[in-house]
Design a protein around this ligand. Structure first.
Ligand code: CP
Ligand code: NVA
Length: 312
């Protein structure tokens, strides 16, 4: 039996959840990962249906949610946003109200965080944020799960994020702060994470005993890091800024020289998809320090735990 106190809860941003509830997701994720490895049935969501609204492309999020709910005994529906009446002007409120009559949970990947918040406000079923321009909370669950799995704890671990202070950086920073890690982000000037999110992270770190630092020097951030993390320089929806971003972010990628600056036990993380020779070198992605493929796998286990805990 799983604890029931999170049933019905939305997962819109890491900031909304208490550290103990985030840790519960990680604990359940580890258990479900072991069950799946041992082929032990774990049909916590027998007969339930998850709707997955996508307004941006996806490989990992789509497949891990779809496979994840199937392994829990449920079904997923892929809903391309452009094929819904939402794309023709039906309101988010009406969409949320109607979908709540059919579905047991909604996962949404879109541009605006405000749209996800509005969907959650009107839906009677839990809403899970599958990425917005501002946040990628499900990614952060898999990230901290992977750090804990590889390094034994979050507490006291030095996590260095190099590159664009984007949605992935925001969610990772807050998750690390809540779980007691020391987090440092190195970005070029103009690419810093949002001041509001940094404020949340500082407050959470103070409570959990961790720390948050920002720098413009990637080498300083990488020095002694136990986890080196990066993400694409041009996120979905920013394609026309690509040339400028390539120029501005040059020097913030992770290559073998960056890894050599990290601690002896350093792991490398990347949410994927990767762009070799930009934010990460191919030999690092496939090298001995890489935990990237476990991290991608852990999307499945972390989201299964999340769904099993929030869907009624
Ligand atoms: N990391 C991640 O969310 O990947 P997808 O865009 O493939 O879902
Ligand atoms: N920052 C990236 C993450 C992709 C999973 C984007 O938003 O495109």
């Amino acid at each position: 039996m799983l604890p029931a106190h999170l049933k019905g809860r939305d997962f819109l941003r890491v900031h909304d959840w208490a550290p103990e509830d985030l840790l519960l997701v990680l604990d359940v994720a580890e258990r479900l990962k072991a069950r799946q490895r041992e082929r032990v049935s774990h049909r916590h969501l027998d007969g339930r249906t998850l709707g997955m609204i996508f307004q941006k492309p996806s490989t990992r999020t789509r497949v891990s949610f779809e496979v994840g709910i199937a392994q829990l005994g449920g079904t997923a529906l892929y809903l391309a946003a452009g094929d819904l009446q939402l794309g023709r002007g039906e309101t988010i409120k009406d969409t949320a109200t109607v979908l709540s009559r059919y579905l047991d949970g909604i996962m949404i990947r879109t541009f605006s965080q405000a749209d996800v918040d509005e969907l959650a406000e009107y839906a009677d079923v839990p809403v899970i944020n599958g990425l917005t321009d501002d946040f990628h909370p499900c990614q952060a669950l898999a990230d901290v799960m992977t750090i804990r799995e590889r390094l034994g704890a979050l507490d006291g671990v030095r996590v260095a994020y190099l590159g664009d202070g984007n949605n992935v950086c925001h969610s990772l920073m807050v998750a690390c702060a809540k779980l007691g890690a020391s987090f440092v982000a190195a970005t070029p000037e103009g690419y810093e994470p949002s001041a509001e999110v940094v404020g949340w992270a500082h407050a959470a770190a103070e409570q959990a005993g961790g720390s948050i630092e920002l720098t413009h020097d990637p080498r300083e951030a990488a020095a002694g890091a136990d986890a080196l993390y990066t993400d694409v320089w041009t996120s979905m929806g920013q394609d026309e800024e690509r040339e400028r971003r390539l120029a501005d972010l040059a020097g913030f990628g992770i290559d073998s020289a960056t890894v050599a600056l990290g601690s002896e036990r350093a792991i490398v993380l990347h949410c994927l998809p990767a762009h070799y020779g930009e934010e990460i070198a191919e030999d690092v992605l496939y090298g001995p320090h890489s935990a990237v493929w476990d991290q991608a796998e852990n999307r499945l286990h972390a989201q299964k735990a999340l769904m099993a805990l929030v869907i009624r």
